[in-house]
Unconditional design. Structure first.
Length: 307
């Protein structure tokens, strides 16, 4: 194999290691949060072009952090992936651990460097998020092995802090509203994070990762996570009704009810045959869960645009 061919192959595997297809929901979540802040806390002193540039720089940082955390997770999950996902770059041997570590460290450092270009609040949020992504996968924390703690260390950065970070690119987060919005999405991810654990039960169990499906079984854990597909969106309606969210009140109330109804449908898909979650790598409910997340992110932004 020539040097050019080898370099092209390594680049292709590094792209696979970053799992770019997982980027869309957090990217949409971040950009819509910036859009929400622009409408919720407009500033006559900041030109629209400056706001857009800050949001785009922050989005780039979010993309780099997502790539780094995905790579780090695969490094520490190598033995698990030999069982659950043997075709991934590391267990298949197409990429070395050294190459994966260089990629991971480089993208974490790039994330921190880019985040400094936005503002101090954004940098601090990214710093906390970086720690949480490490704590999920790496020692001595390795929260991935500890049931609900694993879900929390996914939900806080990928649900709550993602929205707060997007807001911080435009307005200060010393404000209740971004945290209310972040809590809605954090609650959703807290339950939805478990869905990825069902098809990984064999490898997780063999290497001591006590995920909710392993602790409680497939059926009981499915019942445990089901309310998280409904309650966050009822909270959205409630916060809009009480004036805690300053977007278009009627639109956000209706949106919350619609999303909660969609969540009920997802619960039905999960609970009618929960055992299929553990054997079907492309369970029909998973598509709806991603679509619901995206619809909620865009919908809330529309509500603030109207408001």
């Amino acid at each position: 194999m020539s040097e050019t061919t080898r370099a092209a192959s390594t680049f292709s595997e590094l792209v696979r290691l970053s799992r770019p297809f997982t980027l869309l929901p957090p990217l949409v979540g971040y950009i819509t949060a910036g859009y929400i802040a622009y409408h919720a806390r407009p500033s006559a002193d900041t030109p629209f072009e400056t706001v857009c540039i800050k949001i785009l720089i922050g989005a780039l940082a979010a993309a780099c952090l997502n790539a780094a955390s995905n790579a780090l997770n695969q490094i520490y999950d190598l033995e698990i992936d030999r069982v659950n996902k043997p075709d991934r770059p590391l267990p298949s041997g197409r990429l070395s651990l050294r190459e994966a570590w260089i990629f991971t460290i480089a993208f974490y450092l790039l994330t921190l460097a880019i985040s400094l270009m936005v503002n101090l609040e954004f940098f601090l949020i990214v710093l906390v998020t970086t720690f949480l992504t490490y704590a999920y996968s790496g020692p001595p924390f390795r929260t991935k092995k500890n049931g609900i703690l694993a879900n929390l260390t996914i939900a806080i950065p990928r649900g709550c802090l993602l929205k707060v970070a997007g807001w911080s690119a435009v307005a200060t987060v010393v404000d209740w509203e971004p945290w209310w919005i972040g809590s809605i999405f954090g609650l959703y991810v807290l339950g939805a994070a478990t869905t990825k654990d069902y098809s990984d039960m064999e490898g997780d169990s063999a290497h001591g990762c006590k995920t909710l499906p392993i602790i409680y079984g497939v059926e009981k854990s499915a019942w445990i996570i089901s309310p998280f597909f409904v309650v966050p969106f009822l909270l959205l309606s409630g916060l809009a009704y009480t004036g805690h969210l300053t977007g278009h009140r009627s639109f956000l109330i209706g949106l919350g009810i619609f999303l909660a109804a969609w969540g009920v449908y997802i619960c039905y898909l999960i609970l009618r045959r929960p055992e299929s979650l553990a054997v079907d790598e492309n369970h029909v409910s998973w598509k709806h869960m991603y679509l619901l997340m995206m619809a909620a992110q865009v919908g809330v932004a529309v509500g603030y645009g109207l408001g």
